[in-house]
Structure formats: C-alpha cells, structure tokens
Design a protein around this ligand. Structure first.
Ligand SMILES: NC(=O)c1ccc[n+]([C@@H]2O[C@H](COP(=O)([O-])OP(=O)(O)OC[C@H]3O[C@@H](n4cnc5c(N)ncnc54)[C@H](O)[C@@H]3O)[C@@H](O)[C@H]2O)c1
Length: 267
C-alpha cells in the first residue's frame, strides 16, 4: 500500500512531529515518512499500530478526551523541547453511518462530531501554545474530498470533514502572526482500512476507483508526500488553504458519475 516518496527528499532532522491515528492507513504512512526523514515522531491512537518503526513513539490517547490530550502534549513538549508539526488525522466513518440523516443512530452522529471535529480542536488547542512560544510551527488537518462536495449517505462524516478544512483556515488566520502555518489536505479514496470497510456502501472497489479520473484508489504514501511538502520550508508561503490529493476526483464537478444507486433511491 505504501508508495515511496520517490526522488523528493525532505529533511526533518531534529524536528518533533505529532501525528494522530497512526494505527490506520494514512496516519502510519505519514508517521513513517516523517521518521525516515529524521523526525522524532509521537503517534497518538486508541489502538497500537500493528508495525513498529525507528523514530515512531506510540501513545495510547483518545483524541476526543480534551484533558488527556492536553496532559500528553505538555509532557511531550517538555521532554522534546517543543513541537514543530501537528498532523490531525484520526477520524472515524463507521459503516453503520452510511445512511440518510434521520436513519442514523444519534449516538453515532455524536461520536463522529466528538472524534472528527472535537479531536482536531483538542489537539490543536494543546499544541498551539507550544508553537506560539516558539513563534513557529505547522499544523496539517486531514480533511477529505467531502470537504468540498459530497455523495449520498454521508450526512454524519461529510460535514465533519468540511469542518476540518475550515478549522485549518480559522487557525491559520488567528495564528499567522506567530509564524504558524495551518493547512488541510483533502484526499480522494485512499486504500486504507477505513475505505476497505465500506467498499460495499460505495459501489464496490472498481466503481469507486473509476470515479477518479486516474482510474484507481490513491495510496497512503501519496498523501504522506503532500503532508511532508506542506510541513516543509518549501511550502513556507502556503497557509489557510487546502490541497486536494484526489486523482482528479474533484475535476468532474457536476458531471460526476454517480455509483449505482442503493435500492432505497429507486422508486
Ligand atoms: N481513506 C480515505 O479514502 C480517506 C479519504 C479522505 C479523507 N480521509 C481522512 O484521512 C484520515 C485517515 O483516514 P484512514 O483512511 O487512514 O483511516 P483509518 O480508519 O485507517 O485510520 C484511522 C485511525 O484513527 C484511529 N482513531 C479513531 N478514533 C480515534 C480516537 N478517538 N483517538 C485516537 N485515534 C483514533 C483509529 O484507531 C485508526 O487507527 C481521516 O481523517 C479520514 O477522514 C481518508
């Protein structure tokens, strides 16, 4: 699943990077890419990653718990002497949430808001004072193609991803004067456990791949490459914006080819 970063070299020697959701597809690829380019990586997740990698330190933290997040960030900042990069990536899209709004369990809607929106807030809220003190830092929020346009049956997840994009814009505006950049990345469908779990709800792997003009799912490494660029000095004039890494998905706009309609939409 991992694509090499190719010829592009990033130097993250001596940088301290916090990534959430490292037991998942995209988070793990980001954590490893930072570590391989020299960073000290602290990865948060509710479950341990199945692999280990030099330079990646796992912390069992639920990002929806404000006090736990805050305590752990303070500990890392004190031990490491600062935090240079935060990647907000942990999010959930339960298979049972692929339903129109009135059919979704209220508790599931609340859970998506708590993790996907609340978690990003708590992480940034804990890290920003450290970055303000340094007068430097970069935050990258993983948003989604759903931050820009949508498909059927994602009334819970989709709007949380739009929120992630606007959280980045908001924090970018508020903290630019402290030398802090904040951006978001919006992936198309990437081959990860999250997407594998819901292939049936999304019309099957072939149909999902074909909705992307490049005709395939993306790889976690292709998202990591964008995140490493955005976090690097090469992107020093990039802030308060979103980068779509989506195989061209967004280019179809209103001509998007809908995947086969679920039965409930046929009359
Ligand atoms: N895979 C895609 O096609 C795709 C597309 C667009 C956007 N994204 C976004 O990319 C990010 C990563 O997605 P992925 O496909 O790698 O997902 P994934 O399900 O493979 O991984 C998500 C990880 O987050 C962790 N997590 C869940 N709740 C948590 C919590 N409360 N605290 C800490 N960790 C928690 C999970 O344990 C898991 O390891 C998400 O923000 C997702 O919305 C993914």
């Amino acid at each position: 699943m991992q694509r090499p970063l190719g010829q592009v070299q990033f130097d993250n020697q001596g940088r301290v990077v916090v990534v959430t959701g490292i037991a998942g597809g995209i988070g793990w690829a980001i954590a490893v890419a930072f570590a391989q380019s020299g960073a000290q990586v602290h990865g948060f997740d509710v479950q341990a990653p199945s692999d280990s990698a030099d330079g990646v330190h796992f912390h069992q933290v639920d990002v929806s718990q404000c006090d736990d997040v805050s305590a752990r960030i303070q500990q890392i900042a004190a031990q490491a002497g600062g935090i240079d990069v935060l990647v907000n990536n942990a999010a959930i899209q339960p298979v049972a949430s692929f339903k129109p709004l009135h059919e979704i369990e209220p508790s599931l809607l609340e859970q998506m808001l708590r993790v996907n929106v609340g978690g990003y807030n708590w992480m940034a809220r804990a890290v920003l004072p450290v970055m303000v003190q340094q007068q430097s830092g970069v935050i990258v929020n993983l948003a989604s193609a759903h931050a820009w346009r949508s498909s059927r049956d994602v009334p819970g997840y989709g709007p949380t991803k739009a929120a992630n994009r606007m959280q980045a814009v908001q924090w970018a505006l508020d903290y630019a004067r402290h030398g802090i950049r904040v951006v978001s990345v919006s992936p198309g469908a990437i081959d990860t456990p999250l997407v594998r779990a819901s292939l049936e709800q999304q019309g099957g792997e072939g149909a999902l791949a074909n909705r992307h003009p490049l005709g395939r799912l993306g790889t976690p490494g292709e998202i990591a490459a964008a995140v490493l660029w955005l976090a690097s000095p090469a992107a020093s004039f990039v802030t308060a914006t979103d980068v779509e890494v989506d195989g061209g998905l967004g280019g179809y706009g209103s001509f998007a080819d809908p995947y086969p309609l679920p039965d409930r939409y046929r009359s």
